[in-house]
Design a protein around this ligand. Structure first.
Ligand code: SIN
Ligand code: CO
Length: 388
């Protein structure tokens, strides 16, 4: 993908221009980002997904048992029949993991790191339906997929922005509208994190939200230090050889703080561990239970591939790679693996190819480490046989 060629998806901007001027900064309305877009999934099929045990879904009913009633799925089929005529929304999370045609949409967003993308949430709203004025802590691309939705945008918010009292939903108490548009199928609205927005269905309406992952500073610190602590011994401690006699034994002096800081820095600055943790964290699957592979011997994998079998990525898996010194790190669904530098092209192929087969794996099937890597990914469940 050439970052300097104008993209219809971005309203004629190049990826470089969009990232420079809009990404994480300001909203962008793109008319016909995906011209003549037709939703690969119907409202009925979406409702069908919300019946499934393993799929996260929610219903927001504006005038329900209380204002903005939230119900969590899975739902029973007759629950949908009892809904009011208007003013409700059904939201289904991570539809890309269950409907390959929805996952394919993400190919349009390859100008962003794939590990930053979280999922595609799809909402269906009856006329008047919406989830109230709110802000999200993540970037989002809101693609109109069916019917029309009126989007209003407002002020930038933060943790101090007043909220309605509500046990389950974060709805803004104040909304200062700055703009509004009605989106038609194929239109898309990009919103940066923390921008207040409010979408209201004009008619039966489906909206796809391409959402992103960004760990909070608190998550980074707690999870990374948890990860680090596995590698630390009980013997390594705060130490103060060579202290000088203190003038007041009750005072914590500057030099003690400096010793503490150097203890922390020594570990915090370990880039290899930081990268390992980050790659694992960012590739953690949303549904780990959907990542499970068969037990398989290497010769059986090889024989199957030579027999024409095709491997594809498990739609629930997340893959990324990186390099440290002369080595490579492959991150697969929350796990990491250190690999020799000569496997670079194989890693890129595994992360990006639509499918893997004898044709594109070619020489890698004759490479011990390459074969072993493929086997590991199949037994872990990140790769699976296409016909399974
Ligand atoms: C929706 O699709 O109704 C809600 C999406 C959002 O506002 O984040
Ligand atoms: Co939102």
């Amino acid at each position: 993908m050439n970052p300097d060629s104008p993209m219809q998806l971005l309203g004629g901007l190049t990826a470089r221009e969009f990232l420079r001027d809009y990404w994480q900064k300001k909203p962008l309305l793109i008319r016909q980002a995906l011209p003549n877009f037709e939703s690969p999934i119907s409202p009925d099929e979406l409702a069908g997904l919300a019946l499934e045990e393993e799929i996260e879904s929610r219903l927001v009913i504006e005038h329900g048992q209380q204002p903005w009633e939230l119900r969590r799925g899975p739902f029973a089929e007759d629950e949908f029949n009892k809904l009011p005529e208007r003013d409700w929304t059904l939201l289904v999370q991570a539809v890309d993991q269950f409907i390959p045609e929805v996952a394919e949409l993400l190919e349009n967003f390859r100008f962003l790191p794939s590990w930053r993308i979280d999922d595609v949430m799809i909402s269906f709203a009856a006329p008047g339906g919406g989830v109230g004025p709110h802000y999200d802590n993540y970037d989002v691309f809101l693609l109109q997929a069916h019917g029309q939705r009126r989007w209003k945008i407002g002020q930038m918010c933060d943790a101090d922005s007043p909220m309605l009292e509500h046990a389950d939903l974060r709805i803004l108490a104040d909304f200062t509208q700055t703009d509004e548009w009605v989106l038609e199928p194929g239109d898309m609205l990009y919103l940066p994190p923390r921008l207040a927005h409010y979408g209201i269905a004009e008619d039966d309406c489906m909206t796809y939200s391409v959402g992103f992952r960004a760990p909070s500073a608190a998550e980074v610190l707690t999870h990374f230090t948890d990860f680090l602590s596995q590698f630390l011994t009980n013997e390594e401690r705060y130490s103060d050889a060579d202290i000088v006699p203190c003038s007041d034994p009750h005072q914590i002096q500057r030099d003690s703080l400096d010793r503490l800081k150097s203890l922390l820095n020594e570990h915090m600055n370990d880039e290899r561990l930081l990268l390992t943790w980050f790659g694992q964290f960012m590739t953690e699957p949303r549904y780990p239970e959907l990542i499970a592979g068969p037990e398989l011997a290497e010769e059986d994998l090889l024989a199957s591939l030579q027999d024409g079998a095709v491997l594809v990525r498990n739609p629930s898996s997340r893959l990324a790679w990186s390099e440290v010194d002369d080595d490579l790190l492959l991150f697969a669904s929350g796990q990491s693996r250190l690999l020799p530098g000569n496997l670079r092209e194989l890693l890129k192929l595994i992360c990006s190819a639509e499918s893997l087969h004898e044709g594109n794996l070619g020489q890698w099937l004759a490479d011990d480490e390459g074969r072993n890597l493929l086997l590991q990914l199949v037994t872990q469940g990140s790769l699976e046989f296409a016909d399974e």
